[in-house]
Structure formats: structure tokens, C-alpha cells
Design a protein around this ligand. Structure first.
Ligand code: UT7
Length: 370
């Protein structure tokens, strides 16, 4: 039997805070309007973490769903990567908290901080670990709660962000599928364009930093906007070329959900038709590292991924960092009857998710069958 050198996504899940915050709520907080936010960003509402909801709790929920869809015993997970720039605490990382909660007792666990590009970094790194033959099952979770670092009086920033988590389970396979080409890059010259000035080793939190509001996110929106459009276009072109594909070969494009004007401008330049571009930022805003896996999860659940489809994902954010990947969707796995395993989710919930995943898999296979 050939050794597995490819990594395919066999499980997926998402978690969103209960509380939804509509644009209209901002009209009471700052000098803005629902119309301004919709027309300048495409956002209508976002989810905001409430008491008891944290980056780790959202990541745990998304990870449990991904394991349930894959029907994988958590003890078989080799690595838990939590892509986040908003861990529950500065120390320890969020990943060991998630690892313990989901029962991944034999897994390594570490956070990846590439801000909004985090999930792309995690996905490519996890694919590399599997391709190198080091691991078979890697959980990649994008999770952020940027609302906890927002100055609600800053209308240029506060209206943009929401909280959430998305997860995928990457599994080794001998089928040539998964990551075809990728690009991970950074440009630290733009580090101050999007940052939180205080609370780190440079400027530990003091009464003065709190009074200055230096524990809140600061952003040069226009500069980040221009950077984002440029790198989505350039990086997507380069990665497609590396994969020997053209824009016509792209079946679905999932960009980081930051601003619909960034997405539209990049798609127009790339000549990607709107029906191939996935957006859901109207409902969730910019959920940072969670935005691509949440969108991927919803695209799968809507039956938009079929075996053999070429999926292009592109993330960008603070650092500045960016990551783009061409990922070929594998044949959805049949859901084997394995040993029952324990989870905090109810048996009925797991059965419902498994049944749903099976229906999606059957429909996708039927659609590609001659
Ligand atoms: O994950 C990556 C993270 N970040 C991003 O991708 C963000 C990228 N940038 C953006 O999405 C956009 O730059 C923003 C949505 C942040 C801002 O939109 P813009 O069209 O670039 O607006 P602007 O900064 O050029 O500001 C235009 C005007 C200004 O007023 P004046 O100076 O012309 O009088 C702003 O003060 O709009 C004003 N403005 C607002 N007005 C009403 C800024 N924010 C608001 C607001 N409501 N929320």
C-alpha cells in the first residue's frame, strides 16, 4: 500500500456566539448609519461573544462538530492547531485548552498567530505535516473574538468585526487530492497598519495605556484595503499559475470576509464571476481567522463542494500576513461504523450531523457520477 502523502478535509464545523448585533445598534453608539456600514462594507450583522463565550469555547464547539462529521475518535487526533490572535489568555495558548476539552489525549497542541490569515497558515502547515508523513489526523481551527479588543466608540473599526470559529479535520490519504499549491507570505513593514499597541512585552498594560485606549485595535483602514485588494489578486494569480490552473478552472473562491468591496474589486480584476465567489460577511462581519473556515463549512453544507472541485482560499490581515491555497476537494469519505467514542455533544446531535454529512457526500458523488 502506498504511503499517504495527501491531506483531505474529512470533517468540518463552525461555532458562532448566540448574540447577533445589527448595524442599527451602532447608530446608538457612534455617528454612523446602517446604510453607511452596508454600502461601505457589505456587513449587516455580526455575532458578539457574550459571558462564558471565549475563543476557546467557540473553537471547542467547532472542533467537536468536525470530529463528529469525520466520525473520528478524538484520541486519534495527532495535532491541534488553533489559529487565533485572540487566545483566552496571553499564556497558555488556546490550543491545549481545546485539546483537553475535546479529548485529544495523544495530540500536540499549539496556536498559530497570523491574525486574519491564520487559518490559511494553519491549513498549509497541517497539509505539510501530513505530506511529510509525520501525522495522519490534524485539526485546524480558526477562532477569534476580536470584539473583546474593540473600542466601541471607534466607528472606523468597531463596525467591522465579529466573533466565531470554524474547524476542519485534515486526514492523510493516498488519493492525489487536497493542497495543490500555496503561498504564505508576510510583510512586517506594515506591522503598524493594524495592531493593538499595548498589552504585550513592548508596552505592558498600565493605567496609562488603558486610559489611552492602547489595548484596543488600531487600523489604517484605507492602507489595509489597498494592500488586501493587491495581494488577493497577485497571490491568487501566482498560486493558480503554480498549480498549472487558470481562473476558469476555479470552482469556488473563498476569500477572507473583510469587506465586500475588497472581494468585489479583487474578483473583478481576476475575472472571477460572482457565482464562484463565496460571501457570508453580511451575517458575520470580519471574524478574523474564523472567516474562511466558517465560509467553507457553510459552502459544504449548501452542497457547493463536489469531488474534484478546485477550491481557492485567500486570507490576509495584520502582520501584514497573507496566505493563498488551491485545494482540490476530495471524494467525501463514507462514514464508517467505528467504535463509539465519548463527546460532550449529545448522541442525537452527533447522529444528526453524521446523517447530514452522509447526505452531502451521497449527493456530491451522485452529481459527479457519469
Ligand atoms: O482583516 C483585515 C482587516 N481589515 C480590513 O480589511 C479593513 C480594510 N478597510 C476597510 O474595509 C475600509 O477602509 C473601511 C470600511 C474601514 C473604511 O471605509 P472607507 O471607504 O475606506 O472609508 P474612509 O476611511 O476613507 O473614510 C471615509 C469617511 C471619513 O469621513 P471624512 O474624513 O471623509 O469626513 C470617515 O471618518 O467615512 C467616515 N467613516 C464613517 N462614517 C460613518 C469611517 N467610518 C465610518 C462609519 N460610519 N462607521
Amino acid at each position: 500500500m502506498p504511503s499517504p502523502h495527501y491531506a483531505q478535509i474529512v470533517g468540518w464545523g463552525k461555532a458562532l456566539p448566540v448574540r447577533s448585533m445589527h448595524n442599527r445598534e451602532f447608530e446608538r453608539l457612534v455617528d454612523t448609519t446602517d446604510d453607511w456600514i452596508r454600502s461601505r462594507t457589505g456587513i449587516v450583522e455580526r455575532r458578539i461573544a457574550g459571558p462564558g463565550e471565549t475563543t476557546a469555547t467557540l473553537a471547542i464547539e467547532a472542533a467537536r462538530q468536525a470530529l463528529a462529521v469525520a466520525n473520528l475518535d478524538p484520541r486519534r487526533v495527532d495535532f491541534v492547531l488553533v489559529c487565533t490572535c485572540t487566545p483566552d489568555k496571553l499564556m497558555p495558548a488556546a490550543a491545549p485548552i481545546v485539546q483537553q476539552a475535546i479529548g485529544a489525549t495523544r495530540a500536540a497542541a499549539v496556536d498559530v498567530n497570523a491574525a486574519c490569515a491564520g487559518f490559511m497558515y494553519g491549513l498549509v502547515m497541517a497539509s505539510g505535516l501530513i505530506a511529510a508523513g509525520m501525522h495522519r489526523n490534524v485539526l485546524v481551527i480558526g477562532a477569534d473574538t476580536l470584539s473583546r479588543w474593540l473600542d466601541w466608540k471607534d466607528r472606523r473599526v468597531s463596525i467591522l468585526f465579529g466573533d466565531g470559529a470554524g474547524a476542519v479535520l485534515l486526514q492523510a490519504t493516498d488519493q492525489p487530492t487536497g493542497l495543490f499549491a500555496s503561498q504564505l507570505r508576510a510583510d512586517g513593514a506594515g506591522a503598524d497598519l493594524l495592531h493593538i499597541p499595548a498589552g504585550g512585552s513592548l508596552a505592558p498594560s498600565t493605567v496609562e495605556t488603558l486610559q489611552l485606549g492602547d489595548h484596543f485595535i488600531k487600523m489604517d483602514g484605507q492602507a489595509v484595503f489597498k494592500f488586501a485588494v493587491r495581494i488577493v489578486v497577485d497571490s491568487t494569480r501566482e498560486v493558480l499559475e503554480h498549480a498549472h490552473l487558470t481562473v476558469d478552472d476555479v470552482d469556488l473562491f473563498i476569500p477572507h470576509q473583510a469587506n465586500v468591496r475588497i472581494i468585489d474589486a479583487a474578483a473583478k480584476t481576476l475575472r472571477l464571476p460572482a457565482e464562484k465567489v463565496y460571501t457570508n460577511l453580511d451575517r458575520y462581519g470580519n471574524t478574523s481567522a474564523a472567516s474562511i473556515p466558517i465560509a467553507l463549512c457553510e459552502a459544504i453544507e449548501e452542497g457547493r463542494m463536489r469531488p474534484g472541485d478546485n477550491l481557492v482560499m485567500c486570507g490576509f490581515g495584520a502582520g501584514l500576513t497573507w496566505g493563498t491555497a488551491v485545494f482540490q476537494w476530495g471524494v467525501p469519505p463514507s462514514i464508517p461504523a467505528t467504535d463509539p467514542w465519548q463527546s460532550a455533544a449529545s448522541a442525537a446531535d452527533l447522529a444528526r450531523r453524521r446523517h447530514r454529512a452522509q447526505r452531502i457526500a451521497q449527493r456530491a458523488v451522485a452529481e459527479v457520477a457519469p
